[in-house]
Design a protein around this ligand. Sequence first.
Ligand code: FMN
Length: 362
Amino acid sequence: MKDNLLSRRSFVKMSTASVAALSIPAIMNAAGNSSEVPQTPQTPQTPQRPQGQMPIPPQWLPKTVSPGWDAGDADSFTRYYFDSLMLESRYIDSDIPSTKLNLFGETFDTPIMTAALSHIRGTADESGLAVFAKAAKECNAVFWMGTGSDAELEEVVATGARTVKIIKPFEENSEVIRRIKHAEGLGCLAVGMDIDHSFNMRGGYDIVMGQRMKSKSTSDIKSFVNATKLPFIVKGVLSVADAKRCLDAGVSGIVISHHGGRLPYAIPPLVALEQIAQAVKGKMKIFVDCGIVSGVDAYKCLALGADAVGVGRHLMFLVQEGVDATAKRMKEMNSELAGVMSATGIMSIDKMDPTVVHHTIL
Ligand SMILES: Cc1cc2nc3c(=O)[nH]c(=O)nc-3n(C[C@H](O)[C@H](O)[C@H](O)COP(=O)(O)O)c2cc1C
């Protein structure tokens, strides 16, 4: 159904709001590129109420079912969960806050970073990744880069953006280490791996751009950590179990993420965040992505234990409009974050307070 929906519209002209509601498999199809993210298996059309720890109130389902909705759509559940979290105000003794982020020895103006993307469309003059990197640099924000060639990484690093390079879980660890060394040689801020791309979700290992992937053990991850002077980050953590394995492997940070809905019925990253923060907060950096479309969403992540957040699809289509348009929205999001911080008495992002956030059932 999503594909039909997409074919009726111009892929290029899609609004960021509508894009944020689409799963990554649907976006990749529309872009004519299904290799980075494999198809989600077809699911029954009848919406099913998910079971488990997170209660989805039944009244949410009928009114949100749309032609683009799939049962088990983790992106939809993630949005529901964001919207179920509400904030109390704390005006007295509050003031204008700082949104500065200290990360791996450097200072940035915002904890709102770009999510690790790849294959994104750019302008007539520049590649999408170069535009996105320049926008991040313009905002003094951390730029994350997904899969791509050595030349693409060299291109984004040359923009001056402080870059975190995420490497795919290639079958051969020697290829992973070669790419780690390449990123290190270019002076990247950090390096990491999206471990949630090892399987193809049809019972086998994934193939990305013709290259075979393989799942990684704790000891594989430890070997990547030991292969570099850079901080090593694992992206695609959605459980305390994996977070603890990352801690055992000595990683510097994790990205709590379901990679835009790769796992049907994946819990919202914010559900995992609260549990993971209790287990590992302060022992490694905690980043969150998936479904963040405003500074208020970013605030909720930070309040519940994230050190910084990544924004992907919400910004992705602005990239085609150029550096200024992308940077403008990134700055707006940071202003939205600062606005909520001042109204809730939070003066800096290292002083966030989870008791501001109330869990409600809409
Ligand atoms: C076009 C596209 C390409 C992506 N490529 C990568 C990638 O190469 N590596 C990676 O770790 N994540 C990749 N992602 C996943 C994003 O980093 C992020 O986890 C996901 O989009 C959820 O965030 P969002 O809801 O803000 O988009 C990609 C996402 C999109 C939309």
